[in-house]
Ligand binder design. Structure first.
Ligand code: IFM
Length: 445
């Protein structure tokens, strides 16, 4: 097993999200979300699947908590389903829904596992979409801040951190520019406006939580990648710069520099968010954070001709994403040089693979190699001076992979969806050993 060099209090964990694992979509007062609606649209999700049952985690909470403890997890990153705790996205809160997350947090703490909460992992209450066009509407940012405030009052004294959004790029771009995700819009201007309101809601939530005296560290989770041109030609290099500007800088610059990046802004042209930006917005968006979460999966490969497939020296995952671990070191070093950053957590990293359950065992050697290479790359970034506070593998268990349905398996634990049987894969045992080897063992940096 490799040895990685991180600071002594480095946190080792796994991540999931509400809609991908909970199930119980119509129980205990949970309201519908935009993903419930989206999944019912023919052709949107592979095999017409949905999160109605998913991993049935809502009913198997204690068993799943025990599993995490057995696997030696120090921390667990989960998301709260807004429609489970506030069915209409405004007005009354649902005690049963809040009670579930209280049991989750208390159950983690009882087992010595730190709870890392995320407020929004894409499951917007459907009522907000239907009555006011969801994130296109500035008011939704204020509804989000109210919801954040409630979660702060219920869980703020017990969680290890609160992240506002998970991957706002996915909500804005995949949900509104390409229509690949809920709510399924294909309109560039909507995507730009949504991205601005997501960022605004992040800042408003931070300010509300701080005003209420919530002590838990606060931040946001962004998916990021370095971008490379297919060749050294000026055209391919410009294509890479543009992709980076649209994907990374579009979120980092407002959060840390108080503006949108010129390259992407110019590309958006009249479809940009200029009409919805109000005076003072960037001050709200730039509210200081205690941590930044980064989800890393692969690099962006860009070319002027539109050719998007990289050479893939280390191969591709089952998502057809290139395995490119050195991109993590490059990304983090670049961010560190360009922004004044708070401590960074890798809040997701992992791969989908064609796992086969064979006599009670899953030999997922590709996944072990993937994690090993990425942890080594992260360790390299730490050696280069990036303040890396922790790592969360995606994911604890196989789950509902959005538009790909249940076809793609990202878990360290195999889920047989017919029986809901959980079987730790070889990677789960490997990760448990990595954690045991590294916890409390600060190595010379
Ligand atoms: O499953 C998703 C997760 O919900 C967000 N980040 C990427 C993962 C893999 O696609």
């Amino acid at each position: 097993m490799s040895t990685y060099r991180f600071k002594e209090d480095f946190v080792w964990g796994v991540a999931t999200s509400s809609y991908q694992i909970e199930g119980a979509a119509h129980e205990d007062g949970r309201g519908p979300s935009i993903w419930d609606a989206f999944c019912s649209v023919p052709g949107k999700v592979v095999n017409g699947e949905n999160g109605d049952v998913a991993c049935d985690h809502y009913h198997r909470l204690e068993q799943d908590l025990d599993l995490m403890a057995e696997l030696g997890m120090q921390a667990y990153r989960f998301s709260i389903a807004w429609p489970r705790v506030q069915p209409d996205g405004r007005g009354a809160f649902n005690e049963k829904g809040l009670g579930f997350y209280e049991r989750l947090v208390d159950g983690l703490l009882k087992r010595g596992i730190q709870p890392f909460a995320t407020l929004y992992h894409w499951d917007l209450p459907l009522a907000l979409q239907e009555t006011q066009n969801g994130w296109e509407n500035r008011d939704t940012a204020y509804r989000f801040a109210d919801y954040a405030r409630k979660i702060g009052s219920v869980l703020g004294d017990r969680v290890a951190s609160i992240a506002t959004h998970n991957e706002p790029w996915c909500t804005a771009w995949l949900g509104n520019a390409t229509g690949y995700f809920a709510p399924g819009n294909a309109d560039l201007k909507k995507a730009a406006n949504v991205s601005h309101h997501l960022l605004l809601s992040h800042g408003l939530a931070l300010q509300a939580l701080r005003a209420d005296g919530v002590k838990a560290p606060l931040g946001i989770v962004l998916n990021q990648s370095p971008a490379h041109g297919a060749t050294d030609s000026p055209e391919d290099q410009a294509a890479a710069s543009l992709e980076y500007s649209k994907f990374v800088s579009w979120y980092m610059d407002p959060l840390f520099k108080g503006e949108y990046p010129a390259t992407a802004l110019q590309w958006y042209g009249e479809n940009g968010p200029q009409e919805v930006i109000r005076e003072g917005d960037f001050d709200i968006i730039g509210t200081p954070m205690d941590f930044l979460g980064i989800n890393y999966y692969t690099r962006i490969f860009a070319s002027a001709s539109g050719e998007k497939r990289p050479p893939g020296v280390l191969g591709f995952t089952d998502m057809d994403w290139e395995v490119y671990p050195q991109g993590l070191t490059e990304l983090l070093s670049g961010l560190n040089a360009n922004y004044k950053l708070p401590p960074i957590y890798i809040t997701e990293n992992g791969c989908a693979a064609r796992d086969v359950l064979d006599n009670g065992r899953v030999r997922d050697t590709d996944r072990i190699e993937f994690y090993d290479l990425h942890l080594a790359a992260l360790s390299d970034a730490a050696q280069k001076g990036v303040d890396v506070a922790g790592y969360f593998a995606w994911s604890l268990m196989d789950n509902f992979e959005w538009a790909s349905g249940y076809d793609k398996r990202f878990g360290m634990v195999h889920v047989d969806y017919a029986s809901q049987q959980r079987t730790p894969k070889d990677s789960a045992h490997w990760y448990r050993d990595v954690i045991a080897q590294h916890v409390g063992a600060a190595l010379p940096r």
